[in-house]
Ligand binder design. Structure first.
Ligand code: NAD
Length: 300
């Protein structure tokens, strides 16, 4: 039986970062401008600390300025909003990202809405979500943007493709569906109340799984040749006690049926940070009226 092409997100993301770095160097030479990314971390969540460190590291590697702001786990919402207001005013800061989740005394929606729309490099502000929905110039959430890049690299023109998105969260499922619609796909959004998930999946030429349920999607739910983008990151137990990361798709059965599939890890994950850098670069250009060049990885 044929096996799917493995979509190497790690490699694609490295090429994308290299292209962003080249564009950042050009921005510096032509406009004396260095894009700046501010990442705000509240509390000491170990996973969040790793994410924040990686974001800063990769921003600096791409030639950008990176500003880390740490607030204690006891910080109040007012304290965080004050910090965001300062960053909104700071001309050295082009992009602001507040690492989620936040401690329970802080309302994440109030925080997201406080970030200046032009600096909202996560693309979570309701105005950016609305702009994406109506086809305007939005900041696009990083994970769906990364998924779309992988899809276009694999398929080219997406017009007319039947796309099924599993999950309807504001950070992945909904913006993913909006992006695919913008690319002229016929889009279905399936979710926890969908009646027959397998049946919906079988219709897909493109399947994006963003559910957070380990190995939910089986190989026999797939149409032969489908392109599968697995966003899920789930840790399952292993006999050695260390656990193992798997996606929302049962890779071993899916790989026998799909035409192409992203692995977990090494698929969508690395694209998310690369797209954060891309959004920061885009935000820096837009805020100064500089035309945004198309950034796309050079051919290998
Ligand atoms: P979420 O919990 O906010 O949303 C999950 C969605 O899945 C919901 O809309 C829900 O309706 C749907 N769902 C739940 N159970 C379902 C079921 N049995 N059948 C069908 N749909 C079901 O999650 P999220 O933030 O969108 O993240 C989804 C997954 O993607 C998680 O595993 C998360 O860790 C991962 N993720 C990965 C990246 C990355 O960079 N690779 C980024 C963000 C999220």
């Amino acid at each position: 039986m044929a096996t799917a092409t493995i979509i190497d997100g790690k490699r694609f993301a490295a090429r994308l970062r290299a292209d962003i770095a080249a564009q950042v160097a050009r921005l510096r030479a032509d406009y004396d401008l260095i894009p700046g990314l501010a990442v705000v971390l509240v509390g000491e969540n170990p996973a969040s600390q790793i994410y924040v460190r990686n974001k800063g590291l990769q921003a600096r590697e791409a030639g950008m300025n990176s500003f880390e702001h740490r607030l204690p786990a006891t910080a109040t919402q007012a304290e965080l909003l004050t910090r965001i207001a300062e960053l909104n005013q700071d001309p050295a800061v082009d992009g602001i990202l507040v690492q989620l989740p936040l401690p329970k005394q802080i309302d994440p929606e109030a925080v997201i809405e406080a970030i200046a729309v032009a600096k909202d490099v996560d693309g979570f502000h309701p105005l950016n979500a609305g702009l994406l929905a109506v086809g305007g110039t939005a900041m696009i959430p990083c994970t769906p943007l990364g998924c779309l890049m992988l899809l276009k690299d694999r398929i080219g023109d997406l017009a007319g493709q039947r796309a099924v998105v599993l999950g309807r969260s504001n950070i992945v499922g909904k913006p993913m569906a909006a992006l695919l619609l913008r690319e002229h796909c016929t889009v279905t959004i399936a979710h926890s109340r969908t009646r027959d998930l397998a049946d919906e999946c079988r219709r897909a030429d493109i399947l994006v799984a963003a559910v957070g349920k380990a190995q939910l999607v089986k190989g026999d739910w797939l149409k032969p040749g489908v392109t599968v983008i697995d966003v899920g990151i789930n840790r399952i137990p292993t006999p050695d006690g260390k656990g193992r990361l798997v996606g929302d798709v049962e890779f071993d059965s899916a790989v026998e049926v799909a035409g192409a599939i992203t692995p977990v890890p090494g698929g969508v994950g690395p694209m998310t940070i690369a797209c954060l850098l891309l959004n920061t670069f885009t935000a820096a250009c837009r805020q100064r009226g500089i035309p945004v060049p198309e950034v796309r990885p050079a051919a290998e």
